[in-house]
Each structure stands twice: as C-alpha cells, then as structure tokens.
Design a protein around this ligand. Structure first.
Ligand SMILES: [Zn+2]
Length: 332
C-alpha cells in the first residue's frame, strides 16, 4: 500500500483535523475495521501530524522539522508503538502483555521528551490480554494532558465494552466498488485485473491489492484449475501436497471465494464460465455445496501447523471432490 491516506478515510481525517483546530482531540481513539483498509496508515499519519513541529495549514506534517526527521528514522522519543514483542526464543508473542502497558503508562507519567504530544499506537489492540487491558483502562480513565492513545484493531468487538466506551471510535468500512477500483488502478493495478481481484477479496481493496499481484494471480488460477480437476481425474493427495508446499492459506481463501463467485454466476444464469466452476456448482446438490462452503470458510483460520493443514486440506478438498464429482456422475 502506498503511504498516502486511503481516500475512503478522507472524511474521518477531516473530522479529526476540525477537532484538532478546535483543541478538542480525544485522548484515545479506536480505529476498527477489516484488514487491508488503511487503519494503521491513518494512525501513523495522525501520530506524525501531532508530533510535527511545523504542520502545514492543510493538516499534514511538514516533513522537514526535527520531529519529522526523527519520525522517519523511527526514533522519535514521544512516538510509541505497542505490538507483539519477541519472546526469549525469538518468536513473536501472541498477546500484548501487562508489562508493555505498564511501561507505556510510566512513559506517559513522565514529561514529553520534546515538549509536545506523546502518541502511542497499540496494534492489534484486541491482542491485549486481560491484565493488559485492565492496566490500559487505568491510563484511559486518568489521561495525562497532551497524550493520545490510538488503538488499531481488526476485531474491535473483542475489546471489552469498558475500553471501547473510553475511546472515540472510527469505524472503517469497505468503500464503494467504484472508489476501490479507482484506488487499485492508482496503485498500478491494470483495470482488467482490478475487478476480479476486488470480487475475489469480497470488496476489500487492500486485500484485492495483494491478490492482484502477478504471483498471487497465478496461485488463484492454479486453484481454479485444481478445483476443476478434482471433479475429474486429479489425485487428491497430489493436489493437497502441492497446496501445502506453497501458501495453503491463500489457496484455501481463493478456493472459498472462487466457489462463492461460481455459485453467484450460476444463480444469475451468467453466460461466462471461464474456469468451468459455475458449471460444476450448478449441477451440485445446493445444500451439500453450501455446507462445504461453510466448512471451507471456517477452516481458513485453522491452517496453523503443517500437520493440521494437511488434515484440513485433505478434508476440504476431499469434500469438494465428493460434492462436485457426485453431481457430475448423477447428471451424466
Ligand atoms: Zn514536521
């Protein structure tokens, strides 16, 4: 993603600028919404603006003051980031701990290093464990002056209601397709590739941008071919081992989206069926097909270990073969 603000967040940005003008900025913001919509970038923009010593009249950091230089180098002392730390064995933790939040509160209790705002980004905020969330709550209830905490979350409903109620919330939603397509094209994606990628990403432009890259497109094409081949002569374990060897998560996600698209096309009686999947889904038992789709969609979050991925992919792809191959035979 480029580092300019995404256009669908422009209104929220203007509202914040107006509050800043009026000296009424909140001390805590919760930016919530799906992955890929530019939440983190928005938080970083706001932090850079608050810390800049000579912001422009239109509300952008000047880019040339000492604070802006320090920000770019990643070592402004009043710009804090709370995210997953590394454990002693070098692997990232899977939660944000109470010690991290306590260290943050201690920093906020001291005076600002450069005499202005102190701004912390907490991401992913939903990863705070219970003790960490309770510690943050204390800080939120007794805010220091000129302190801003920006919580960024893909799953903000997992945050406690008390935390949520102490934050000003910005809900980031998928923009209209026309705006997403224009943005994708502005990111350098060819118009002919932008539309299918956006459909495959369920209308999420950031996810579509990932899916539109040539190497990802190739994987999506392979998945479509494999799904078609499994209805015929393809050998299940060969397909599973190929998927396991190269980005099984993306492949399963693509499979779920491709089948959803194929079902939609078939139900609309669309003529085009370039990958042949609409023909397969149109003949399948709809209840079995939707049960398969639910199962495959749920499994997307479960490909966490190689052994588990192997079992899950065998089950999902075997289930697909049974669903569409049976219908092919019945229809023959
Ligand atoms: Zn500046």
């Amino acid at each position: 993603m480029s580092n300019t603000l995404t256009p669908w967040l422009a209104e929220d940005w203007q509202r914040l600028l107006a509050r800043r003008e009026a000296g009424r900025l909140p001390h805590a913001l919760l930016i919530g919404g799906a992955r890929g919509l530019g939440k983190r970038l928005f938080a970083e923009h706001l932090r850079a603006l608050l810390l800049c010593e000579r912001p422009t009249a239109s509300g952008t950091p000047c880019g040339s003051c000492k604070a802006c230089h320090l920000m770019r180098a990643g070592n402004h002392p009043d710009a804090l980031t709370i995210t997953f730390e590394l454990r002693d064995d070098g692997k990232p933790r899977t939660e944000i701990t109470v010690d991290q939040i306590r260290a943050l509160s201690a920093r906020f209790a001291q005076t600002s290093q450069r005499g202005g705002w102190r701004v912390a980004i907490i991401e992913p905020a939903e990863a705070m464990n219970v003790a960490a969330a309770n510690a943050l709550l204390k800080t939120l209830e007794e805010p220091e002056p000129n302190v801003m905490m920006i919580l960024v979350s893909d799953q903000w409903l997992r945050l406690s209601a008390t935390i949520r109620s102490r934050c000003q919330r910005i809900d980031v939603r998928e923009p209209e397709p026309a705006q997403s397509l224009a943005w994708l094209i502005a990111q350098g994606i060819a118009a002919k590739d932008a539309e299918p990628a956006l459909a495959l990403a369920d209308g999420n432009p950031g996810e579509a941008l990932v899916l539109a890259r040539p190497e990802q497109r190739q994987i999506v094409n392979e998945v479509a071919r494999d799904l078609g081949a499994l209805a015929g002569k393809a050998v299940l374990i060969e397909v599973v081992s190929r998927w396991l060897a190269n980005d099984p998560g993306l492949r399963l996600r693509a499979a779920v989206q491709l089948v959803a698209q194929a079902i939609r096309r078939a139900s609309l009686g669309a003529e085009s069926d370039a990958d042949g999947l609409s023909g397969l889904t149109a003949r399948a038992d709809f209840r079995k097909l939707s049960a398969w789709w639910d199962q495959a969609n749920r499994a997307r979050g479960q490909l966490d270990t190689p052994l588990r991925s192997d079992l899950i992919l065998t089950e999902i792809l075997g289930g697909w073969r049974d669903t569409v191959a049976a219908s092919t035979n019945a229809g023959a």
